[in-house]
Write a protein that binds this ligand. Structure first.
Ligand SMILES: [Zn+2]
Ligand SMILES: [Zn+2]
Length: 397
């Protein structure tokens, strides 16, 4: 009898055509965050074909879903496989989320079939998580307790390197608005210049941001600053992207921004409004899980490497998941470094290339095998938990 992992690999190979069709269909039909209706439906249809019970909409989101495997037998071990499928405005699937979706669905089906065949207890779920690029569908899921009671959450992301244990920064989109009074520019004293307040906010940020911790950074653009040079602007608006090492730090930076905006408004007598979007939390990659994934990828011919910890990193809503449950978000190469650029047409092409397709198959195998390890290895589960309790729990806020 073949080993359980050989069974997984063979099952994924049998699914190859269906998984690549799913990946290519999503890739060819890019849908922005909250509009991923077809991508969600195609995943639902394939999962249902293999007996999964799919709940959609889920967690108050039209294009989110939860799919429960057909042979689940509760024993306290619960695996979450995470799917993403939103595209980018103007460049389609230039982040390759079609690969994430097909890989997660493939892993879940292969794992479920193997659990049935070998009588392995435990529970497996796929979570369809929309709008990763824009609003972060995982944030309300993590906040509302969707992952409570789960042993781990697993996903991959296409990249130009094979990496485990890469960190991510916390991030928040902040909108600042000032409301003044219009006047002809020949009599500015009759008006309240909203743009003057907005400029004061930018100067305040330049002065105060040096007090923020090392990894903190902010970038702002003016999105409204008046309409004609002979009119005192009655309205001004800016959009900021703030990043920091931790969500806790972002909460403090928001307080700083609020104080600066308030004083900038006082300067001219304008009114102000500061709006912070949901925070993408920093990421805590579970190394015990990552090492298990690395060990499973090795016999598949893929050497997983460790990241350059001094490199600049971005943000993703997997961070919010990793704060509430042990999680991995490992990277699989679909092109060589320098060959393609993320969020660019070159990456979009790679996401449906033969190497992109191979990443779908490798992701399905590697994730399913790692989930199998979690289902069957109590020592591994203990290491995963210990690491989570030591490294992550103290940062929950
Ligand atoms: Zn992206
Ligand atoms: Zn992405």
């Amino acid at each position: 009898m073949p080993s359980m992992k050989d069974h997984i690999a063979a099952t994924v190979e049998n699914l190859r055509e269906e998984l690549l069709t799913l990946s290519h269909d999503i890739h060819a039909t890019p849908e922005l965050g909250w509009q991923e209706h077809r991508a969600a439906r195609w995943q639902k249809e394939l999962l249902e074909k293999y007996g999964f019970a799919v709940e959609i909409p889920f967690c108050g989101m039209e294009t989110a879903f939860r799919a429960a495997a057909p042979y689940n037998s509760p024993n306290g071990v619960r695996i979450a496989l995470l799917s993403e499928y939103d595209a980018l405005d103007g460049v389609g699937h230039a982040c390759g989320h079609n690969i994430i979706a097909a890989g997660a669905v493939g892993a879940a089906i292969a794992l479920s079939e193997t659990m049935k065949c070998r009588g392995i207890p435990g529970e497996v779920f796929v979570f369809g998580t929309p709008a990763e690029e824009t609003a972060g569908g995982k944030i309300p899921m993590a906040d509302s307790g969707v992952f409570d009671g789960f042993t781990c959450a697993l996903m991959i992301h296409p990249a130009t390197q094979n990496l485990i244990a890469r960190h991510g920064l916390a991030a928040q989109q902040v909108e600042a608005e000032f409301f003044g009074r219009a006047a002809h520019s020949s009599s500015p004293s009759d008006g309240i210049n909203a743009l003057t307040s907005l400029r004061a906010l930018f100067h305040g940020i330049d002065s105060l941001s040096q007090t923020w911790t090392n990894e903190s950074k902010i970038n702002g653009i003016i999105t409204a600053g008046g309409t004609a040079s002979n009119v005192i602007p009655e309205y001004a608006r800016a959009s900021f992207l703030v990043r920091a090492g931790k969500k806790k730090t972002l909460l403090k930076i928001f307080d700083d921004l609020d104080r600066m905006a308030r004083s900038a408004a006082l300067l001219t007598g304008a009114e102000y409004k500061l709006t912070g979007a949901a925070i993408y939390a920093e990421r805590y990659p579970n190394l015990a899980l990552g090492e298990a994934f690395k060990a499973n990828m090795e016999p598949l011919g893929v050497t997983m490497n460790y990241p350059d910890y001094t490199a600049q990193v971005g943000s993703s809503d997997i961070g919010n998941v990793s704060l509430v449950v042990p999680a991995i978000h490992e990277y699989l190469a679909i092109a060589e470094p320098g060959e393609v650029v993320a969020h660019h047409e070159s990456f979009r092409r790679a996401a449906a290339s033969p190497r992109g397709d191979e990443a779908v198959i490798l992701a399905a195998k590697g994730l399913a095998m790692t989930a199998l390890d979690v289902l069957t290895d109590g020592d591994l589960r203990a290491r995963i938990d210990r690491e989570f309790n030591e490294k992550v729990r103290p940062n929950q806020c």
